[in-house]
Design a protein around this ligand. Structure first.
Ligand code: PPS
Length: 312
């Protein structure tokens, strides 16, 4: 993924230009009760999405915004590209004219017909709720890597991103953002609802859950587990290359090529516990209570190790 991603950068640049002339309250639209940015999503694309013919060998990455999608997406794309390179030769991989925007829900309505013609294996990212994904994804038994991150760091990352990125409404203060986050006014919907809905799939054999925090603690083990789940057989040396190329530093350094202007906003801190710089006592209590009520007792809730990563 060190190659320039022309389509990705082009889509983001155009969206940023369009958003720069819009008022704050024009930036989002609602579809089936969930908000999305108008500059990159549309009802037409959501409707056309049902025509995607998912395959059992698709590599799907699902995660709520700001959970580390670009990071794990880099790992997945690199695993697939490294495997293809050794089995099929360099020519067959990453052909620029076949590139599609990696997020399923971002692009134009013709995207899914083009995707149906792409060779395997396709790597697809999404922030969507399971009910809003094309049914063929579940019917085909495509494997899904579900990425989750603790809610306090997600909120912190989302706040900085919303204020740095013209596509999303910005907030005058962290306190305003916190209220919006807790009252489900976020693009792509509520964090708590996202985890509750995906929790229904967390025990499926074609779903593997990984947390941002466990990947931070041991990236090499995470990469190995991800490769095994998708049946991607690589040597220790090849896996090590994937691990090295997915370090925060390396991805940040490459971000002009991979993400254009978005890179400097997206690759912000890449750590755990930055929430401590923003949350006050009352906000900590509110988040602890909401977590307890909505998620703590679920499979995903337990996986997040809230007491380790979120207690003040
Ligand atoms: S998006 O825009 O919703 O798709 O954002 P997403 O990619 O899901 O999440 C962005 C956060 O992931 C961090 N990130 C990383 N962390 C560790 N290592 C690597 N390599 C890495 N790459 C991206 C990124 O910095 C954002 O987190 P914050 O806390 O804001 O730094």
């Amino acid at each position: 993924m060190e190659k320039p991603r022309k389509k990705f950068i082009d889509v983001v640049d155009k969206a940023m230009v369009a958003a720069s002339t819009m008022d704050r309250d024009e930036l989002l639209f609602s579809y089936k009760g969930i908000l999305y940015p108008v500059t990159v999503c549309s009802p037409e694309v959501f409707k056309a999405m049902e025509s995607l013919e998912a395959r059992s060998d698709d590599v799907i990455l699902a995660g709520y915004p700001k959970s580390g999608t670009n990071w794990v997406g880099q790992i997945l794309s690199d695993l697939v590209a490294t495997f293809e390179k050794k089995t099929q030769g360099e020519e067959s991989v990453n052909a620029e004219d076949l590139e599609e925007f990696p997020y399923l829900e971002v692009g134009d309505a013709g995207k899914f017909e083009r995707m149906n013609k792409l060779p395997s294996r396709r790597v697809i990212f999404t922030h969507l709720l399971p009910d809003n994904l094309p049914r063929s994804i579940f019917k085909s038994k495509a494997k899904i890597l579900l990425l989750i991150r603790n809610p306090k760091d997600v909120a912190t990352s989302f706040y900085h991103f919303s204020n740095g990125m013209s596509l999303l409404p910005s907030y005058e203060t962290w306190d305003d953002f916190f209220i919006a986050f807790m009252t489900e006014k976020m693009p792509w919907g509520s964090y708590f609802n996202y985890l509750s809905e995906w929790n229904k799939y967390a025990a499926d054999e074609n779903v593997m859950t990984i947390t941002y925090e466990e990947l931070k603690e041991n990236r090499a083990l995470g990469v190995k587990n991800i490769a095994a789940f998708f049946g991607i057989s690589l040597t220790e040396e090849e896996l090590q290359g994937v691990v090295e190329r997915s370090s925060f530093q390396s991805m940040k350094e490459n971000s002009v090529k991979t993400h254009g202007a978005l890179g400097s906003i997206l690759f912000r801190k890449g750590g755990v516990s930055d929430w401590k710089s923003l949350f006050n006592e009352d906000q900590n209590e509110k988040m602890d209570k909401a977590f307890e009520e909505h998620i703590a007792g679920t499979k995903l809730g337990m996986k997040l190790k809230y007491d380790v990563y979120c207690k003040a």
